[in-house]
Ligand binder design. Structure first.
Ligand code: ZN
Length: 309
């Protein structure tokens, strides 16, 4: 076990337990305005709730992770004025201790736990099979009763979900819902045997003790899925987390900003001479702040003054 393999339990100088939140970039592209907005909102809410901040780098999808993006991530975070309390301080530290690769035994332990509970089945459907059987994108349960060998090559592992009320804590109170239809029997291990995002994310959050989860509106379904999954795991502290889902900067009405949208990468903006202050001004304008802002600290202040979200 590496040094980072512990639950972080931040306390204030007077000994009260503090919240822990995290930013979780994936270095599979240059960080863009949408990422920076999400981080800035996370920092504003961390300030509001006196939470400490963890940098978690989501790098399980090793084929998509590239060294220049890792470099860009550290560089852009520094340029935009982000610092954090826990997690890798630099690229060497990330590789040596904080890559998700080091936490593979934890993901495996969770998968073992779920398979021992018979909560998992193998699915050999392709995306095309699913799209043909189910135009709305929801998994039609094709393989649920097929008892396909879990260790067969090229199968996804799906969680056997069922209708049960799930509780999500928001700042404004609790919301109870069933799992969204699109998340029924969601995938927890991929065909290449790597843990799926939903599993790795929730295992990491439980492991580190994250209890303030800030993410974009596009991940609301994931939050419900992760709450369902957390309910099946031992030492589940995740269900007590407070969730915030924030608005996204959109490319157009239907598409959120993507990593391929080079024009909005911070790297690209800097190349054409944009300063940090100008980038924060742009984010402030998107948020509809009354005053012009030019730094992370001013973003945090303006966000919290506005009483968002
Ligand atoms: Zn299937």
């Amino acid at each position: 076990m590496l040094l980072n393999q512990y639950r972080i339990q931040p306390v204030s100088s007077t000994g009260t337990k503090l919240h822990l939140t995290r930013i979780a970039p994936t270095p599979s592209g240059f960080l863009h305005l949408g990422n920076i907005l999400s981080f800035a909102i996370t920092y504003a809410l961390a300030k509001k709730h006196q939470a400490k901040i963890l940098l978690r780098i989501d790098d399980l999808d090793q084929n998509r992770i590239k060294a220049p993006y890792v470099e860009d991530m550290f560089d852009t975070l520094a340029f935009m004025g982000f610092t954090w309390h826990y997690g890798p301080k630099n690229i060497e530290d990330y590789h040596a201790s904080f890559s998700q690769i080091h936490r593979m035994p934890l993901y495996q332990k969770a998968l073992d736990h779920l398979t021992a509970k018979s909560a998992v089945y193998a699915c050999q459907c392709s995306r095309k099979d699913i799209a043909q059987a189910s135009p709305d994108g929801r998994y039609p349960g094709t393989c649920r009763e097929k008892a396909i060998d879990l260790h067969k090559n090229r199968v996804n592992w799906r969680l056997k979900t069922h209708d049960t009320p799930i509780c999500m804590r928001l700042e404004s109170g609790r919301v109870i819902s069933e799992l969204p239809a699109l998340m029924e029997d969601f995938i927890i291990r991929k065909k290449d045997t790597a843990p799926a995002y939903q599993l790795a994310s929730v295992v990491d959050d439980i492991h580190f003790g994250v209890d303030l989860i800030v993410r974009g509106n596009d991940l609301v379904n994931s939050s419900w899925a992760q709450l369902f999954l957390a309910g099946l795991l031992p030492e589940n502290t995740f269900s007590k987390s407070t969730f915030y889902h924030h608005p996204l900067i959109m490319e157009d009405r239907e598409h959120k900003l993507s990593k391929s949208a080079g024009s909005t990468s911070i790297h690209g903006l800097r190349k054409i001479g944009k300063t940090k202050a100008e980038i924060y001004q742009q984010l402030g304008a998107f948020m509809g702040f009354d005053t012009s802002i030019s730094s992370l600290q001013e973003f945090e202040r303006a966000y919290n003054q506005k009483g968002l979200p």
